[in-house]
Design a binder for this molecule. Structure first.
Ligand code: FAD
Length: 341
């Protein structure tokens, strides 16, 4: 069989990192990224890009931990290299604070992030409304910068990228041997997945360069995540809302909640409001499927449904998707040698 042609649908963090893993694990493949939107117009561009996992109820914890660990290790290596600033990757330390002690004192990811420990009394004095807290250091991606870095790496390895809306995966069967579906919330329409639903998130991106530590309310709703250029203030989680229009009342509420955690944010400037739809599911869909029409077949690998945690696990799930692509290639090679016999 000639070099297998692989199409990756989607150019968010999942599509780009999956394309990169496919190139790395199968250098003989010809990989093309097809997407109706590229950075800066994807959900991935809106994300805060913090590596704090979201829990997928339908996926075993050891699997989620492995995805997170692989992603953390990958980004940690970038943060320790000369690529760090171009890739928009850096370490950030800070606090997760709770009004009452959390059910889980040691989250499953506590030994993956660096220096996880309970906050000291002196640290807690900064947050008079909170009783308990955890301090740790994790990774943060400046999302648009990281996406551009991934695109640049892909182009350097010869990956083609085309602007194209795919209406049906089957339309790709005559051009490609394998299709990888990384369409995020777009998979709702593209493959009719009724288990996939949007969780709308609104955030503010502000200029406040004096804020250096992250602060996160343990309920996950209010957070302050400093990046290289801007600080992300969040947020909202609105299940089943498809609206991409910023809501001014919500923006004020987010700002007020964040100022009550970090009063110096009152001086923040250049406030921009962003909205994204988290592609949510009980579990990430990481799966092989074979589409067929009559005698014709098209192997597909799905990798979507990362909800609130796509950045936190992207490299781990991309590696798994690339492994599934490898299985598809082996199956195609098997059937083509069988056909010759
Ligand atoms: P997307 O970025 O939406 O990419 C999907 C791609 O598919 C796009 O390029 C789209 O154009 C393309 N596409 C869709 N349909 C089609 C089609 N039919 N044909 C062609 N192309 C198509 N995660 C974290 O880990 N940490 C965080 O701090 C964090 N903060 C967040 C804050 C907010 C406000 C939001 C909204 C999300 C946050 N997330 C965070 C979650 C994270 O953003 C998502 O899990 C992640 O971006 C999903 O990536 P994706 O590539 O699957 O989707």
């Amino acid at each position: 069989m000639a070099a297998p042609k692989v199409a990756v649908v989607g150019a968010g963090v999942i599509g780009l990192s999956t394309a990169l893993c496919v190139v790395e694990t199968c250098p003989s493949c010809s990989v093309t990224v097809l997407s109706d939107q590229f950075s800066p117009n994807t959900t991935s561009d809106v994300a805060a890009g913090m590596l704090i996992p979201h829990t997928y109820p339908g996926t075993p914890i050891h699997v989620q931990k492995q995805w997170f660990k692989e992603t953390f290790t990958y980004l940690f290596a970038i943060s320790n290299s000369a690529e760090a600033s171009e890739a928009g990757i850096h370490l950030v330390s800070g606090w997760q604070v709770f009004k009452s002690a959390p059910k889980e004192e040691l989250p499953f990811w506590s030994d993956v992030v660096l220096g996880f420990r309970p906050m000291s009394e002196a640290e807690l004095q900064k947050f008079p409304q909170y009783q308990f807290g955890q301090a740790f250091t994790t990774m943060k991606c400046d999302c648009p910068q990281y996406l551009l870095w991934l695109e640049k790496r892909l182009k350097a390895t010869g990956v083609q990228m085309y602007s194209r809306k795919v209406s049906d995966l089957w339309e790709l069967h005559s051009e490609y041997d394998i299709v990888v579906n990384c369409a995020g919330i777009g998979a709702h329409q593209l493959v009719g997945d009724k288990k996939l639903f949007p969780v709308r998130g609104q955030v503010l991106k502000v200029y406040a360069p004096w804020v250096k530590n992250f602060i996160r309310d343990g309920d996950g709703l209010t957070y302050i995540y400093p990046g290289i250029h801007r600080v992300t203030l969040g947020g909202t989680r609105e299940k089943e809302s498809w609206s991409l229009s910023p809501d001014p009342g919500t923006a004020k509420d987010i700002f007020d909640r964040c100022c009550s955690l970090e009063p110096s944010l009152q001086e923040a400037q250049d406030i921009k409001v962003k909205v994204g739809l988290r592609p949510s599911r009980q579990c990430v869909r990481l799966q092989r499927e074979v589409l067929s029409q009559g005698e014709l077949k098209l192997p597909v690998v799905h990798n979507y449904g990362h909800g609130a945690g796509g950045f936190s696990v992207h490299r781990g799930t991309a590696k798994e998707a690339a492994h599934l692509v490898g299985q598809c290639i082996a199956a195609l090679r098997g059937s083509s040698s069988g056909a010759k016999l």
